[in-house]
Design a protein around this ligand. Structure first.
Ligand code: ADP
Ligand code: ZN
Ligand code: ZN
Length: 839
């Protein structure tokens, strides 16, 4: 393993070192050597941000990767123009991690740097001008034009932060030398404003009147009275979304900033009315910009089962780096995490909990906030850059010994991690598709933990085959929780066979009768229902009955999905859309038929079938706005919806006690997807969505619609027999050489000309064939989606044995080949995308 990152071993600064290798955000696979001006020598360190000139014109911010005394051979080293950090922004361990990632995932260090640093830290002059009021261009050590550039850039940044004075200055972009000192004065003004922003200030806060906050029924009644007052309702909903009053009544005490309550254009007058009517009260408070959240000492007592699990995990950690916690849905894994995290941060180390993208806005985060309060940083991909920089600095300053975040939280500047937990470790969203680095966050977490000598806990009800294999072999510790917490039992399953029924309306289908009856019964009991269908839109495609024409995207090789709401045909790959034709564009026939059912159509049909029921839909189309996802969940949680139809968004981590029925619309579709992992995914998704049913006293029921009721996988899901399923699948994977038996590297060749793409892919194939290692190369073949956004795609799949040496050798050679292709071949303009361990 060492050889993979040996190149980036940190080197300490010594007196003779006067060159630095700088990591720059450019797609060139190496660092660049610059000389260190004497004045920076004492303070420059690995991880310091510096400003350098790159090429003739560009001024870039880079990170010191290495300090040494060897002048470059091939060129004269330029001077480092400026040193931005007194203390490095990035620590040596991070640089080591970046180096590993670039090598393992075959990308450039600059690309990793780009993904790792919040853009606020990448911008060169921001901190110089904002944080140093005595900044004086006259005494500055670098050339005038660089200074001007820096000042302008600082102003651009400041403008982004919302300082409108910058407007005026920026209008005169060609700044006359005489203007410069003026500009600097403005910069100081801006600095003062920034300071003001960071100092405590008095804010107006809003909270529910105590009587309401502690009484669920009153709140419910209030909601009903607000049904015809959408503006007031929206304010109330917003409040409840931010403050978990229902689960934690005490959270009301701290209230919510009035400004943030009204941030999304909710009207002030609605809030006034609510205050006048005794729903809310307002009060003043002195707060820091970084809001202090009080940790709540409410302690949870672990069940015997959880206690046993916790002890087993700790036992394994004595001699193993990683442990797989396989706990069925509802077994209470979160509370086990809480205990472990508490111990780690009490011992003075840092802890990181990774969650899949979507889970970050759900109950688990408010539960953790309740326990860890202001010690916990949240790192979300939808966060603004300021918020990210704040978490970043909070980690450096030690304010956040614990961070919960999405996969990019791995890049935070931890210096003493003790534990990384990867929740729902099987989740496909842990893999970054685009752009590079195309990393798998679970695997990278294990590597990062290794650098820190820390532990990794992987949690899932349906582990990935990779982790399960390691657990079975004893490489990882394996801990099982197979009872639900409290009264809850696992749901009862029904397979309901689908036949190909030509009638499109759900109302008339005999085959959906079972699902219909279960929904009906649930509604009568005032219970809730989830329907899972992983296709959004109204109908996946439309087809002409007489000539067979289907609507195709003009830029991609896919059919267009019909969306009834907008009456459009849309491409889900590139966003192309067109109006729905009323007659066939090819033969003129009027018999255009919708094929298949998307979430939109299911929602509509359910509405016709159960006119009394309140039906909601959660998919990409209904959750585009920043809070769209939360809003729908909130409505469901407060019982404003009876049925929720959704894509895989509804399969994850939801914990609603009134859900008793879950319908899986078309289980076969997941199973039939042409990918070696489709079985594994089907098992995971169906088990996960089924796990949303019956999480309290009443047992849940799950109805899976299928045309293949005798496929063993369905019985294995029903029995919850992951092991049997695993062994059967692994047999096939072994036979056909698939992971985890082998390692995969996928190379996509992409270009706008079909012939060129194909030839380039073949050429690459020939080059790879000459490499003297054991491997299997499949392809090149036209990709599953042969064309996206007018670019053709061919794919090659390389299967390598699992030895580190084989992989390093192959990756090194692959880089060499691609480099040669780039430099001198007819395929210079072709893009080759390397994906190591593709999903
Ligand atoms: P999982 O993540 O394993 O699916 P959760 O952590 O969501 O399960 O726990 C399921 C439910 O049980 C949650 O509502 C949680 O609050 C509750 N729960 C779990 N452990 C305890 C405990 N020790 N005491 C009280 N409630 C618990
Ligand atoms: Zn036709
Ligand atoms: Zn398209």
């Amino acid at each position: 393993m060492e050889s993979l990152f040996g190149n980036y071993e940190p080197v300490s600064t010594s007196q003779v070192s006067n060159f630095a290798d700088v990591i720059l955000p450019v797609p060139i696979p190496r660092m660049f050597t610059y000389s260190i001006p004497r004045e920076f020598l004492p303070s420059i360190q690995i991880g310091s941000r510096v400003i350098v000139q790159f090429g003739k014109k560009k001024i870039l911010t880079g990170i010191i990767g290495k300090v040494h005394s060897n002048p470059p051979q091939a060129y004269d080293a330029k001077h480092i123009l400026d040193l931005l950090d007194e203390q490095p922004s990035v620590n040596p361990m991070q640089i080591q991690f970046w180096g590993w990632m670039a090598e393992y995932y075959c990308c450039d260090l600059g690309e990793v740097m780009h993904a790792a640093l919040p853009s606020g830290l990448r911008l060169s002059s921001e901190s110089k001008i904002q944080l140093n009021p005595s900044f004086d261009p006259e005494s500055s050590k670098y050339p005038l034009d660089v200074r001007e550039e820096k000042i302008l850039e600082a102003l651009e940044n400041a403008k982004e932060l919302g300082y409108d004075d910058c407007e005026k200055i920026l209008e005169t972009r060609t700044i006359h030398p005489i203007l410069k000192s003026l500009v600097t004065k403005e910069a100081i003004l801006i600095f003062e404003k920034v300071q003001e922003k960071y100092s405590p200030k008095e804010v107006t806060k809003i909270r529910l009147v105590p009587a309401l906050a502690s009484n669920r029924d009153e709140l419910q009644t209030l909601f009903e009275t607000l049904a015809d007052k959408p503006k007031q309702e929206s304010v109330l909903l917003k409040y409840l979304r931010e403050v978990p009053v229902l689960s934690i009544p005490e959270s009301n005490d701290a209230g919510l900033d009035k400004a943030s309550l009204l941030a999304e254009g909710d009207s002030e007058s609605s809030l006034k009315t609510l205050i006048k009517n005794g729903v809310f009260e307002s009060f003043k408070e002195l707060v820091n910009r970084i809001e202090e959240v009080k940790a709540d000492a409410k302690t949870i007592v672990l069940s015997e089962e959880q206690e046993r699990g916790l002890n087993e995990i700790k036992g394994h950690f004595e001699d193993k780096q990683s442990v797989l916690l396989q706990g069925i849905t509802g077994s209470g894994k979160t509370e086990v995490y809480v205990k472990l995290i508490q111990e780690v941060i009490e011992s003075g180390s840092q802890a990181l909990l990774l969650l899949p993208e979507i889970a970050l806005t759900t109950q688990i985060v408010s539960r953790l906030k309740q326990v860890f309060g202001s010690k916990m940083g949240v790192y979300h991909s939808k966060y603004s850059d300021n918020e990210r920089v704040e978490v970043w600095n909070g980690v450096i300053q030690g304010r956040f010994p614990f961070v919960v975040g999405v996969r990019s939280a791995l890049f935070l500047p931890f210096d003493s991690l003790g534990l990384i937990i990867v929740d729902e470790e099987h989740e496909a969203s842990y893999k970054q598709f685009d752009p590079a680095p195309r990393f798998q966050a679970r695997d990278s977490a294990i590597m990062l933990a290794y650098f820190h000598q820390a532990k990794t806990l992987l949690g899932s009800a349906t582990p990935s085959f990779e982790s399960y294999t390691n657990a079975r072999s004893g490489k990882y510790g394996h801990v099982v929780l197979d009872k639900r917490y409290g009264e809850a039992k696992l749901p009862m399953y029904h397979l309901s066979s689908l036949t190909d029924d030509k009638r499109k309306n759900l109302l008339k289908l005999d085959t959906t009768r079972l699902l219909r009856e279960k929904i009906q019964a649930a509604l009568e009991q005032n219970e809730q229902v989830l329907i899972f269908q992983n296709r959004r839109g109204y109908a996946p495609y439309i087809q002409c009955e007489s000539c067979g024409w289907t609507g195709q995207c003009v830029q991609c090789d896919v059919s267009l999905t019909f969306h009834q709401f907008s009456n459009e045909l849309k491409c889900h790959y590139c966003g192309y859309k067109e109006g729905t034709p009323s007659t066939c564009p090819t033969c003129g026939s009027g018999e255009l038929k919708m094929m298949g059912m998307g979430t939109e159509q299911i929602e509509e049909n359910l509405g016709l079938l159960f006119p009394e029921a309140r039906i909601g839909r959660m998919d990409l189309d209904t959750t585009r706005s920043k809070h769209g996802y939360q809003r729908i969940l909130e409505e469901f949680a407060y019982g404003h919806l009876d049925v929720l139809v959704g894509t895989q968004m509804i399969t994850k981590g939801l914990d609603f006690e009134r859900v008793t029925v879950v319908g899986v619309w078309d289980g076969d579709r997941i199973l039939n997807f042409p990918d070696f992992r489709s079985g594994e995914r089907a098992f995971q998704q169906i088990t996960q969505v089924a796990g949303r049913a019956g999480r309290s006293a009443k047992r849940g029921e799950v109805i899976i619609q299928t045309r293949k009721a005798d496929e063993p996988i369905y019985q294995q899901i029903i029995k919850g027999d992951f092991d049997e399923f695993y062994l059967q699948e692994m047999h096939e994977r072994k036979q056909f050489f698939y992971p985890p038996y082998v390692k995969l590297v996928k190379i996509t060749t992409r270009h706008q000309d079909y012939k060129t793409t194909e030839q380039a892919a073949r050429y690459l194939h020939q080059q790879m064939a000459t490499l003297a290692i054991k491997k299997i190369v499949l392809g090149p073949e036209k990709a599953l989606i042969g064309k996206i956004k007018n670019k053709y795609q061919f794919e090659s799949l390389i299967k390598l044995d699992r030895s580190g040496a084989t992989q390093s050798f192959f990756k090194m050679e692959l880089r060499r080949i691609l480099n040669e292709i780039k430099i001198n071949s007819p395929y210079k303009a072709v893009r080759f995308i390397i994906d190591v361990d593709p999903n």
